[in-house]
Design a protein around this ligand. Structure first.
Ligand code: F6P
Length: 324
């Protein structure tokens, strides 16, 4: 391998820039050339590549988003699109690819490898933390801190006005952001996609809290929660059960995706970026570089996208105990 290409794809996540930096600098350390691909797989199809060196990635470790930009390419989902991308890589003299993103990015990577045997390594980056085989994805820790900071502020109003707040957080079909931020921000109840008894339990715990003298409450609702009601309908539903509640809804939205990465995400990005280049140098391909039990691991890319429905039962127990 002489030249490694690097791209970011799918939803941006804090720490993507730090990961690109680590890949570029590891290339430089091992005397490899590195090319950055702009706009993810779409940019690859269109041949939007540029040579990067150690200095091209200065002053980006602290920046949110991705300076290479990102897309969710529909064209790369087709065989024809992937064939065009392969041609562009050959034209640019790129021998291997590091793809930074989530399950859509890895699914594309698996097809690409299977069709062209093109060396490819993935780095998990999504605020959702929904990738199998790694304890953390890039951006998740930063997003958690953003959510906790936002809920801390909402708590001021909840408490001053004796209100009940429903706060919607991201995570697609995973409840990791909701459960962890809910505990961290001291939420009364947490509704996550992985559990079906959510709404009943929420009503029960609101009832108990009222009886025990709580005057304000915060409920964290994961966007993928499965009650069949959106967060505004949930608010109406609670109000129908008990008109005393003064309820407000707050949808945090994309503030969760932005911002300067936490130190944890920067260090993780650095480890995974170096790990990706070293895996390619060791002849490994079609793997994701993850972190498991504090160790950098190489997981088959197919296994990484197998879904991540495990919810930490211990965390749920802790949430229940600490919200009494
Ligand atoms: O996967 C990251 C994520 O922010 C999810 O939490 C959310 O469901 C989705 O992306 C939103 O995507 P978009 O970029 O289309 O707003």
């Amino acid at each position: 391998i002489n030249t490694i290409g690097v791209l970011t794809s799918g939803g941006d996540a804090p720490g993507m820039n730090a990961a690109i930096r680590a890949v570029v600098r590891a290339c430089s350390y091992y005397h490899l050339d590195c090319k950055g691909v702009y706009r993810g797989y779409q940019g690859l199809i269109e041949g939007d590549l540029e040579e990067l060196n150690a200095r091209s990635v200065r002053n980006i470790i602290n920046k949110g988003g991705t300076f290479l930009k990102s897309t969710r390419s529909e064209e790369f989902k087709t065989k024809e699109g992937r064939a065009k991308a392969h041609e562009q890589l050959k034209k640019a003299g790129v021998d291997a690819l590091v793809v930074i993103g989530g399950d859509g990015t890895f699914t594309g990577g698996v097809h690409f490898f299977d069709e062209f045997r093109f060396p490819i390594v993935g780095i998990p980056a999504t605020i959702d933390n929904d990738i199998n085989g790694t304890d953390y994805t890039l951006g998740y820790d930063t997003a958690l801190n953003t959510v906790v900071e936002a809920i801390d502020k909402i708590r001021d109003t909840a408490s001053s006005h004796n209100r009940l707040f429903l706060v919607e957080v991201m995570g697609r079909d995973a409840g990791d952001i909701a459960l962890n931020s809910g505990i961290g921000a001291g939420a009364e109840e947490i509704l996550i996609p992985e559990e079906s008894a959510g709404v009943e339990r929420m009503l029960e715990s609101l009832h108990k809290s009222k009886k025990s003298g709580k005057t304000s409450s915060i409920i964290v609702v994961a966007e993928g929660e499965k009650s069949g009601k959106n967060i505004f309908e949930l608010a109406d539903f609670i109000h129908e059960q008990d008109e005393d509640y003064d309820i407000r809804v707050s949808v945090l939205g994309h503030i969760q995706r932005g911002g300067s990465p936490s130190c944890f995400d920067r260090v993780l990005a650095s480890k995974l970026g170096v790990g990706a280049v070293e895996a390619l140098l060791d002849g490994r391909t079609k793997v994701m570089i993850g972190l498991h039990h504090q160790k950098v691991v190489r997981i088959p890319l197919e296994d990484a996208i197998k879904g991540h429905s495990k919810i930490d039962k211990e965390l749920r127990r802790v949430a229940d105990i600490t919200s009494v």
